[in-house]
Ligand binder design. Structure first.
Ligand SMILES: *[C@@H]1O[C@H](CO)[C@@H](O)[C@H](O)[C@H]1NC(C)=O
Length: 253
């Protein structure tokens, strides 16, 4: 009995590991995002995907502030407003993009819990007529998306999680409400969701068809619609509470 307790206690201790912390308290101003480069990989995020055709910098598109975080989160003093506009073409591509990726030496792969909270704001929300990929791995095994999916018909004003080509959770998002997610990679895998200050609960159990990895994009990627040139003013999405842990999961946002 005594040995069992020791084992339980030590495994509980190990379970606290945060493998990568993307909370924004280590950034004092958004200009800190401009310090990252391929030859100077500092900070918690890689910042190389943003409209740069007119000399813009990462901080042209990223704004930190206490108003951009889930107010229920006490472990972080600020969140981020990620912006795109008609100048957000990156490397000349047809998509409008501003994205952050983890800067870490950890592989972030295995049975892990990827935490992210996001809000569709009341001001400058995304246009539901367009598909927006707002959290995704480059391999697209599990994506959080907003808007009409490219090439499909249906209800456009939808926030959903798509894995293995099918929607595993969806809502008509309430603008100004924080949606908290945990993407559980590896096996068994699954999806945890809540809003506001509510504890996250598992709403889907099953493989997300992927093992995680560091090529994890947080931000706004808007697809073209029927190949038409995009004329938009400003679209914003807010994010906070971004980190990866190896067990648990922590269910408080
Ligand atoms: C688009 O955003 C960029 C970066 O903030 C800014 O420099 C540019 O003036 C904006 N374009 C318009 C048309 O508002």
């Amino acid at each position: 009995m005594k040995n069992l307790l020791v084992v339980l206690a030590s495994s509980a201790y190990v379970s606290a590991a945060v493998l990568w912390n993307g909370r924004f308290q280590d950034y004092s101003t958004s200009a800190d995002f401009d310090k990252w480069s391929w030859s100077n990989q500092i900070g918690s995020y890689q910042t190389y995907i943003y409209g740069n055709l007119h000399g813009e910098t990462a901080s042209s598109w990223l704004t930190l502030g206490s108003g951009f975080k889930n107010p229920a989160t006490t472990s972080e003093n600020q969140g981020i407003k990620i912006k795109i506009n008609a100048s957000s073409t990156w490397n000349g591509g047809p998509m409008l993009r501003t994205e952050l990726l983890p800067q870490t030496t950890n592989s972030l792969s295995g049975h892990l819990y990827f935490h992210v909270s996001l809000q569709i704001p009341t001001v400058n929300p995304p246009d539901p007529a367009y598909e927006h990929q707002i959290v995704f791995w480059e391999g697209h095994f599990a994506d959080i998306k907003y808007g009409q999916l490219s090439g499909q018909n249906g209800v456009a004003d939808t926030l959903q999680v798509i894995s293995g080509g099918k929607s595993i959770w969806s809502v008509t998002p309430v603008k100004g409400t924080w949606y908290n997610f945990i993407l559980e990679t590896g096996s068994p895998g699954g999806l945890w969701v809540s809003t506001g200050s509510n504890a996250l609960t598992k709403v889907y159990t099953g493989s997300l068809n992927g093992n995680g990895g560091t090529d994890w994009h947080i931000g706004a990627l808007r697809l073209p619609l029927n190949g038409v040139t995009q004329q938009i003013t400003e679209t914003d999405i807010f994010y906070s509470g971004i980190y990866v842990e190896d067990s648990g999961p922590t269910t408080q946002p």
